[in-house]
Design a binder for this molecule. Structure first.
Ligand code: DQA
Length: 148
C-alpha cells in the first residue's frame, strides 16, 4: 500500500519566516520548516509536501486538489484565517470529503490582537493547534496519524 500523502499549506507572509517578527514566529525560515515536516512525515510513514503562497486563489485551488487527490491537509491559513470565507468554503470541502484538515498557527492568535481572535477556518477544520511554534506542524501530522 502506498503511504498516505499530506499537503502542508502555508498562507500569506509565511515565506518570510525567519525575517518577519522573529520574536513571534522564531528565527527559522520556511526551508527549515519544510525539512522538519518532511522528516516528521517520513517518521510517521507519510509523504509530505510543503507549499506556501501569498495568493488566496492559489491556496483555495490547493484545497480543491486535496479533495480530488484524497490528501490530508495541514493548513496554516495565516492572515486568511481571520477573514477568508472563500478559503473556509474550500477547507470545508476537504473535511466534507472525509479528509482531515488540521489548522495550525505558529503563534497563539487568541493571545494577540483582537482581529486575530476570530478564525473562519476553525469551524470547518478537523481540529486546531496553536502556540507551539513549528512543533505545531509535528503535532498536526501526529494527529493525522493517530486519529481515525
Ligand atoms: C499565524 C497567525 C496569524 O494571525 C497571522 O496572520 C499569520 C501567522 C501563525 O502562524 O501564528 O500570518 O497564522
Amino acid at each position: 500500500m502506498s503511504s498516505q500523502r499530506v499537503m502542508v499549506v502555508n498562507g500569506p507572509n509565511l515565506g518570510r519566516l525567519g525575517v518577519r517578527d522573529p520574536e513571534v514566529y522564531g528565527h527559522d525560515n520556511l526551508e527549515k520548516l519544510r525539512t522538519l515536516c518532511e522528516q516528521w512525515g517520513t517518521e510517521l510513514g507519510f509523504e509530505v509536501e510543503v507549499r506556501q503562497s501569498d495568493d488566496e486563489a492559489e491556496v483555495i485551488h490547493w484545497m480543491h486538489e486535496a479533495v480530488d487527490k484524497s490528501l490530508a491537509v495541514v493548513l496554516n491559513p495565516a492572515a486568511f484565517t481571520h477573514y477568508s470565507y472563500g478559503l473556509a468554503d474550500a477547507a470545508s470541502q476537504v473535511t466534507d470529503a472525509g479528509l482531515k484538515l488540521i489548522e495550525v498557527h505558529i503563534s497563539n492568535p487568541s493571545a494577540r490582537e483582537a482581529f486575530r481572535r476570530r478564525s473562519v477556518i476553525s469551524p470547518v477544520a478537523t481540529g486546531t493547534i496553536a502556540g507551539f511554534g513549528f512543533e505545531g506542524y509535528h503535532l498536526a501530522l501526529r494527529a493525522i496519524a493517530a486519529v481515525e
